[in-house]
Design a protein around this ligand. Structure first.
Ligand code: SAM
Length: 311
């Protein structure tokens, strides 16, 4: 269906938990809530069905860290069963991916985005508070072995913290058939501090002048390649190149509230209608109609903790 600004809304981001097994510096584990607010697989399936009826074509399961839920495969299966979705995808930090990639694929997961901000053990530990880099890299291998495709890596660079690792990340796209995407740091903490830390898409391009643009904008990413590259380098620039006019997504938080826009605080609770499919579908439609024209990170500084909103 179209929202009030004529945008076709096709993509549901479904957060299934606020819990996380990492403590990334820019994200904020401290914001995590208790398990009690999480919806059951069955409730998540009903929400998927309601949005499928509104024309949603693909679903991304996110969090928090979705793989901390022991029932994540059941959730994938039930989401699959509740809509004729072209893709059911996952965004994960990859720490637990090696243990369940095969089972996720069997449950109907199509593809995976792995968040990885550094390939250096020391920097990875500093960023995430964990020594799990080897497990994440193993998880990426397991996802490939399980046939999940495409596999994308999402990295957030911060000046003076991990931006000297950009070359190693770009090199991953040269060696492997995966897309390595750099996401601009969004102001989820002190806006002046995030502006100082942010490495923009344009700055990155100037660091890698050999990268040539390929294709049109794909979702939120612009892609680049160089001769001999097996994969692509992607730039996602929510701050310096807003893509709100083409936004096709709607988010449901792990407590069953719709967040029509990442950049606005407004949420819309679906829980009262979970046991009434017709009312739930109507509520989903109304939530889509609440999408604002676009985010404005300067006027509406979002609260810390993407763990609560599902990135
Ligand atoms: N735990 C999962 C993961 O690590 O991919 C899913 C949730 S995580 C919040 C989703 C994504 O949001 C991660 O790629 C993370 O890097 C990104 N993220 C978190 N805070 C951010 C910020 N302030 N600016 C840009 N991206 C951010």
């Amino acid at each position: 269906m179209r929202d009030t600004f004529g945008r076709e809304i096709r993509y549901l981001r479904l957060s299934i938990t606020t819990r996380c097994n990492l403590d990334c510096v820019y994200c904020g584990k401290a914001a995590c809530e208790k398990r009690a607010t999480e919806l059951s697989p069955d409730e998540l399936g009903r929400i998927a069905r309601a949005f499928a009826a509104c024309g949603i074509e693909r679903v991304r399961i996110t969090g928090g860290e979705p793989l901390v839920r022991a029932d994540v495969c059941e959730i994938v299966r039930i989401v699959r069963q509740n809509g004729d979705f072209s893709r059911v995808s996952l965004t994960t930090n990859g720490v637990l991916l090696a243990d369940c990639a095969e089972k996720l694929a069997q449950a109907g997961l199509t593809d995976v985005n792995v968040s990885l901000d550094s390939t250096d053990h020391h920097v990875y530990r500093k960023l995430t508070g964990s020594d799990a880099l080897r497990r994440v890299l193993g998880g990426i291998d397991s996802a490939r072995d399980a046939g999940l495709s495409p596999i994308k890596i999402n990295a957030v660079l911060m000046r003076g913290v991990n931006d000297d690792g950009a070359e190693a990340l770009v090199d991953l796209a040269r060696r492997e058939p995966i897309d390595v995407r750099f996401i601009e740091l969004m102001p989820f903490a002190d806006p002046a501090e995030t502006a100082r830390l942010r490495v923009t898409g344009e700055e990155l391009l100037s660091r890698f002048p050999f990268l040539e643009p390929v294709g049109a904008l794909e979702g939120t990413a612009r892609y680049y390649k160089a001769p001999g590259f097996a994969g692509r380098v992607g730039l996602i620039s929510p701050v310096t190149r807003k893509f709100c006019a083409d936004c096709d997504r709607i988010r449901v938080l792990s407590d069953g509230c719709v967040k029509p826009c990442l950049g606005f605080d407004e949420t819309f609770d679906l829980k009262p209608w979970l046991s009434d499919p017709a009312a739930l579908e109507q509520a989903a439609r109304e939530a889509i109609l609440r999408k604002p024209a676009g985010h404005d990170f300067t006027a509406h500084a979002p609260r810390p903790g993407l763990n609560n909103t599902g990135g």
